[in-house]
Design a protein around this ligand. Structure first.
Ligand SMILES: [Zn+2]
Ligand SMILES: [Zn+2]
Length: 306
């Protein structure tokens, strides 16, 4: 992702036959508000750079509307992004734009960094206070990422995950989980703590068997652009067995840009590509699938209407 100027983005796909929803996106990264991200991990040390060009927020709004993605969930998952998210979400509503709700948390890859400098606890307190706005509906993304973390870091991740579960339950909000190579421990900790009423596996990464386990527990499963990747047959099998009422869609933009644009930067509008693939995999008419997922999203997170 060498450049993120507007011209580097894939063209807007044909509009959906029914409005769709992106339940997990990072406009803080897309617009450069979080600073240049090289590894996909939040890094509190990095200041926004002058060397990279980012499209403005209006680019992401307009392309989303053109593609038929009329509702999005903005996720801020380091402290700077979380503050930015709470402010942006309130500001969009104040301006009469109803496209955006928000969520905040400390990302599982960020928790060990904060713990190492003794800031995890006070950061968690601030995260809880940032969820106070009426359009803040998600505690997330939190969870476990054993791909990037080991040793001491895992202890901090688990502590942070447990604390976020508590925050979601106290505030009556949905929990969005980031689970990378950690399926068993995520399920175990959810069972130990007691899962919030609405628990979502964002960017679902399991196979059909794991999807069935999540469905038994009533957890939502949200699929991102990687479902279109050539090597993602297991993920497509998983998407095919998710009960219709637990299915969600997202981009995780600017990451996981769907095939055939893989490797380029993405925005919420590309949820339209993922929805088309989901409809194909589930052998469901596209308009019906979009209507179902929109209803699921409003069931899980509440209404986007002002
Ligand atoms: Zn994630
Ligand atoms: Zn994410």
């Amino acid at each position: 992702m060498a450049s993120r100027a507007a011209g580097d983005y894939p063209e807007v796909p044909e509009p959906l036959p029914h409005p769709g929803v992106d339940t997990h996106t990072h406009l803080d990264i897309c617009t450069g508000a979080r600073g240049p991200i090289k590894t996909g991990e939040p890094d509190p040390e990095v200041e926004p750079g002058d060397d990279e060009e980012f499209p403005p927020l209006s680019f992401f709004h307009d392309t989303a509307m053109q593609a038929g993605i009329t509702r999005i969930m903005q996720i801020g998952c380091d402290m700077r992004s979380a503050r930015w998210t709470a402010e942006l979400v309130a500001g969009e509503a104040a301006a009469g734009r109803d496209w955006m709700l928000g969520g905040v948390a400390i990302h599982p890859n960020e928790a060990p960094r904060l713990a190492a400098v003794g800031l995890l606890e006070e950061s968690l307190t601030e995260i809880e206070s940032l969820t106070a706005g009426p359009r803040m509906r998600v505690v997330g993304e939190t969870g476990l990422d054993y791909f990037r973390t080991e040793g001491e870091g895992v202890i901090a991740q688990q502590e942070s995950f447990r604390a976020h579960i508590e925050i979601a339950k106290r505030r009556g909000l949905a929990l969005q989980i980031h689970d990378r190579n950690a399926h068993a421990d995520v399920l175990r900790i959810l069972a130990e703590e007691g899962a919030p009423d609405v628990t979502v596996f964002h960017c679902f990464s399991g196979d059909a068997a794991f999807a069935r386990e999540c469905a038994e527990r009533g957890y939502y499963m949200s699929f991102a652009g990687n479902i279109t990747f050539k090597n993602a047959a297991d993920l497509r099998h998983a998407a095919a067995v998710v009960p219709a009422h637990l299915l969600l869609s997202e981009t995780d933009a600017p990451f996981l840009t769907p095939h055939p644009h893989r490797g380029r930067p993405g925005g919420p509008y590309l949820t339209a590509v993922t929805l088309r693939k989901l409809a194909e995999v589930r052998e469901t008419p596209l308009a019906e699938l979009c209507a179902q997922i929109t209803a699921n999203a409003e069931q899980a997170f509440g209404t986007w209407d002002l």
